[in-house]
Write a protein that binds this ligand. Structure first.
Ligand code: MRU
Length: 353
């Protein structure tokens, strides 16, 4: 039903644009109050923008870093001509270190680096073509995941998502929100819930806004309300994205995902992860080996610039958690779907052309 209908699925939001030789990032710190693109032309600005969450979401970070390499090579070539490669290291290291959990960042940089060795003369055209290919492939992968994931949802399904795994977190269309978009357009979904996603409020500020832009009605709920929503029998699926998937199928995603997976299992709600193959990291054996980013205390201490906790309070702010593979019912990738994902299925998926 849904296959070949994806052109009609609304997808208006773009987190990043390449225009007139510069990178435009929709500043996600300002949403939903202000819609402003930040235009960057220096590689150090790109690493900084990733670190400060101007752009966020694993695939979007990877694509942004790929364009960052284009800007780094342009600057190095202008300074040093044919010796540009020798100068790239510092910029690449800064991009690589910008955020540690999302593996798409390292994946995109490896792919760009592989292109750096091959040509003489101005490197920009070749590198720009590679970055644009990464960008376009991501959108195509998301559309495919949308079709595959939506096909799993029975008619009349009700779904909940966490964080923002939409167009704002990718090249476009989204992973988890791609599935939700496709299922909504194919009339499989009757209800969409978005969890607010403390402390940075990706759900309240970004997912709620993005779904509204695309005309998908959604209901916002506090993170703490999710388990009770399940107890009341009001949802059938939790659908989330991923920042890194280990070789055994364990998934790192936005803090709170693990709790949702536990609650879902306890209430017979099915749990779906949608992520491109570039999010799978075969070099990470299991979730325990995934580095978990901890962000500044201010994210918890203040809300919209207003202090909400007393002075002197100690803060712990890990921004991702690990959901064990055993709690995941369905893993959707652009290469296919795994039910009860595990080591063998993941390896086979990664080998498939
Ligand atoms: O800290 P963020 O906003 O970058 O975290 C994003 C997430 O956890 C997303 O769910 C994940 O990157 C998948 S995005 C398609």
């Amino acid at each position: 039903m849904i296959a070949n209908r994806h052109e009609t699925v609304p997808d208006r939001v773009r987190a990043l644009l390449w225009r007139d030789g510069g990178l435009g990032l929709l500043d996600q710190r300002l949403l939903p109050q202000r819609l402003e693109y930040l235009w960057l032309s220096h590689p150090a600005e790109v690493a900084d923008a990733i670190r400060r969450m101007v752009v966020r979401g694993a695939p979007a970070i990877g694509i942004t870093a790929a364009y960052g390499v284009v800007l780094a090579a342009r600057a190095a070539y202008a300074r040093s001509g044919e010796r540009w490669r020798e100068e790239l290291g510092t910029d690449l290291d800064a991009l690589r270190a910008a955020r540690p959990t999302a593996v798409n960042l390292a994946w995109a940089l490896r792919r760009m680096e592989a292109r750096c060795g091959r040509q003489s003369g101005d490197p920009e055209p070749v590198l720009l073509a590679e970055a644009q290919a990464i960008h376009a492939e991501d959108i195509a992968a998301n559309r495919r995941m949308g079709e595959l994931g939506a096909a799993f949802l029975g008619a009349g399904s009700r779904a909940m998502t966490h964080c923002n795994a939409g167009s704002l977190a990718t090249g476009g269309f989204g992973t988890a929100l791609g599935v939700i978009r496709s299922a909504w357009a194919g009339r499989a979904l009757t209800k969409v819930y978005a969890a607010e996603t403390r402390p940075w409020l990706q759900g309240a500020r970004l997912t709620a806004w993005e779904l509204r832009e695309d005309g998908v009605p959604a209901t916002l709920l506090a993170d703490g309300a999710a388990a009770d929503l399940m107890r009341r029998g009001l949802i059938d699926w939790v659908i989330v994205g991923a920042d890194r998937i280990a070789a055994n199928g364990d998934v790192a995603n936005k803090i709170g995902t693990y709790g949702l997976a536990l609650a879902a299992r306890a209430h017979g709600v099915r749990f779906m992860v949608a992520a491109p193959v570039s999010t799978i990291d075969l070099e990470t054996p299991d979730g325990g080996a995934i580095p978990i980013e901890e962000r500044p205390a201010e994210e918890l201490l203040a809300l919209g610039g207003q202090r909400v906790a007393p002075e002197g309070i100690d803060v712990w702010n890990p921004v991702f958690d690990i959901t064990p593979a055993a709690l995941i019912d369905v893993l959707v990738t652009e290469r296919g779907v795994l039910e009860a994902p595990g080591r063998l299925g993941i390896a086979a998926l990664c080998q498939a052309a």
